[in-house]
Design a protein around this ligand. Structure first.
Ligand SMILES: *Cc1c(COP(=O)(O)O)cnc(C)c1O
Length: 370
C-alpha cells in the first residue's frame, strides 16, 4: 500500500507552457486581448481541419453559443444522447430549448443514429452528437438524417480532440464542433473551450455572442444580447504550448489503451469484463480508458472502493441524463442505462507508465475476485 496513488488523470505541463505564460504576463496582455488567443484559435482549428476557431471560457459555453448560432431557441428540441456529461443537456436548456434523449449503441457506446427517427418532431431544430470517452460517433447516418430534415449538427467533441471518423477529425464534421480544455481533457488551458467551423458567417456570429454582442466595427454598439464568454490570453498561452503536443498525447493515449487491452485480456477471456471498443471506421483517442463489468459482477461502487483500497483512482460512467432530477421523464433508454450501470473509467493520464497500467490491471483482477 506504500506505492503512490494512481490518479484518474493529471495534466502534463512543461517549460513551454510556463515560458508562454511568463511572456503573456510580461507583455501585460493577460485579459482577453493578446496574440496567444488568435494563434491558439488558428492552430487548433487547423488541427481539426476546420477554417475558423472561436476560443471561449469553457466547453459548456462553447456548446451554448454554438446552439444559439445554429438558431436553437425557446420551444425548440435538440436530439442529445442520454449517456453523456450533464453539460451537453444543460447547454440546450440555456437556449430555452428542450433536450430529447436518444439511446446509445451497445457496440460503440455512442449515440444510436438508428434511434433518431423515432425521436424527431416538428420542433426538432438540431442534433447534438457527443464523441463519448474519445470515440467518434457514427457520423455519416447522423449527418444524412440531419440533411434530410434540415437540422443543424453541433458536435460535442469535449472528450475527443483529434479522434477520427473514417479518416476525418471530429469537430469539423458538423455545422460547428465544440471542445473543452478543462484540466482532465486531452489538452488543457485550465478552463477553456473552442468552437470550430468552416462557415465564416457562423464564426462571426459566434465572436459576437462571445463578446457581449458588440459590433466589431462600432464600439459599444450591441445589436443582440451577447455574453462574456471570452478566453483570456493567459489561458491561450498555455493552449498554444499544449496544442503542439496534442499529436504526441493522442499517440500516448492509444499506447495506454493497447497496454490496458493486453493487461486486461485474461479478465475479458474469463468473461469478467468487456474492453473499451473501437469501431473499424474509428480512430479513438481513448480520453478515458473504460471497461464494462460483467452482469453478475459486484457493483461498480464496490469495485471502485476495492480499487481505492489498492491506491487506484477510478470513475463510474455518467448517469444517463434522462434519470437526473432536472430531466427525469420516466422514459427508459435501456442501453444507456445498462452501460451506465456497468461502466468504469480507469486511470488514463497521458503521463501513465506501462508498469502503472499493469498495477491497475492486477488491482482490478483482485477487486473482481471476491
Ligand atoms: C467536459 C465536458 C463538457 C464541458 O466542458 P467544460 O469545459 O468543463 O465546460 C461538455 N461535454 C462533455 C461531453 C464533456 O466531457
Amino acid at each position: 500500500m506504500s506505492e503512490p496513488r494512481i490518479p484518474i488523470a493529471a495534466p502534463v505541463l512543461g517549460e513551454e507552457e510556463l515560458a508562454n505564460v511568463i511572456e503573456a504576463v510580461r507583455s501585460g496582455w493577460i485579459s482577453s486581448k493578446g496574440a496567444f488567443i488568435g494563434e491558439f484559435e488558428r492552430e487548433f482549428a487547423a488541427f481539426c481541419g476546420a477554417r475558423h476557431g472561436v476560443a471561449v471560457a469553457n466547453g459548456t459555453v462553447a456548446l451554448h453559443i454554438a446552439l444559439l448560432a445554429a438558431g436553437v431557441g425557446p420551444g425548440d428540441e435538440v436530439l442529445v444522447p442520454s449517456l453523456t456529461f450533464v453539460a451537453t443537456a444543460n447547454a440546450v436548456r440555456y437556449c430555452g430549448a428542450m433536450p430529447v434523449f436518444v439511446d446509445s449503441t451497445r457496440d460503440t457506446w455512442q449515440m444510436d443514429a438508428s434511434a433518431l427517427e423515432a425521436r424527431v418532431t416538428p420542433r426538432t431544430r438540431a442534433i447534438l452528437p457527443v464523441h463519448l470517452y474519445g470515440h467518434p460517433c457514427d457520423m455519416d447516418p447522423i449527418l444524412q438524417f440531419a440533411a434530410r430534415r434540415g437540422l443543424a449538427v453541433v458536435e460535442d467533441a469535449a472528450e475527443a480532440h483529434g479522434a477520427q471518423y473514417r479518416g476525418r477529425r471530429v469537430g469539423g464534421l458538423g455545422t460547428t464542433g465544440c471542445f473543452s480544455f478543462y484540466g482532465n481533457k486531452l489538452i488543457t488551458t485550465g478552463e477553456g473551450g473552442i468552437c470550430v467551423t468552416d462557415d465564416g458567417a457562423l464564426a462571426e456570429r459566434l465572436r459576437l455572442l462571445r463578446d457581449h454582442g458588440m459590433d466589431p466595427k462600432r464600439t459599444y454598439w450591441h445589436d443582440t444580447v451577447g455574453y462574456n464568454y471570452r478566453m483570456t490570453n493567459l489561458q491561450a498561452a498555455v493552449g498554444v504550448a499544449q496544442v503542439k503536443k496534442l499529436g504526441a498525447f493522442i499517440e500516448k493515449k492509444r499506447q495506454i489503451a493497447r497496454w490496458y487491452a493486453e493487461a486486461l485480456a485474461p479478465l475479458e477471456r474469463a468473461d469478467r469484463l468487456r474492453l473499451h471498443p473501437e469501431a473499424p471506421w474509428a480512430r479513438s483517442v481513448f480520453w478515458m480508458y473504460s471497461v464494462l463489468l460483467a452482469d453478475s459482477e459486484a457493483s461498480v461502487d464496490q469495485v471502485r472502493n476495492r480499487l481505492g483500497d489498492r491506491g487506484v483512482d477510478s470513475r463510474p460512467f455518467f448517469h444517463p441524463i434522462h434519470t437526473l432530477p432536472p430531466y427525469a421523464t420516466g422514459e427508459r433508454l435501456p442501453v444507456a442505462e445498462e452501460l451506465s450501470a456497468r461502466g468504469l473509467n480507469l486511470p488514463s493520464g497521458v503521463g501513465l507508465e506501462q508498469a502503472q497500467v499493469k498495477r491497475v490491471a492486477r488491482a482490478l483482477a483482485e477487486a473482481l475476485e471476491r
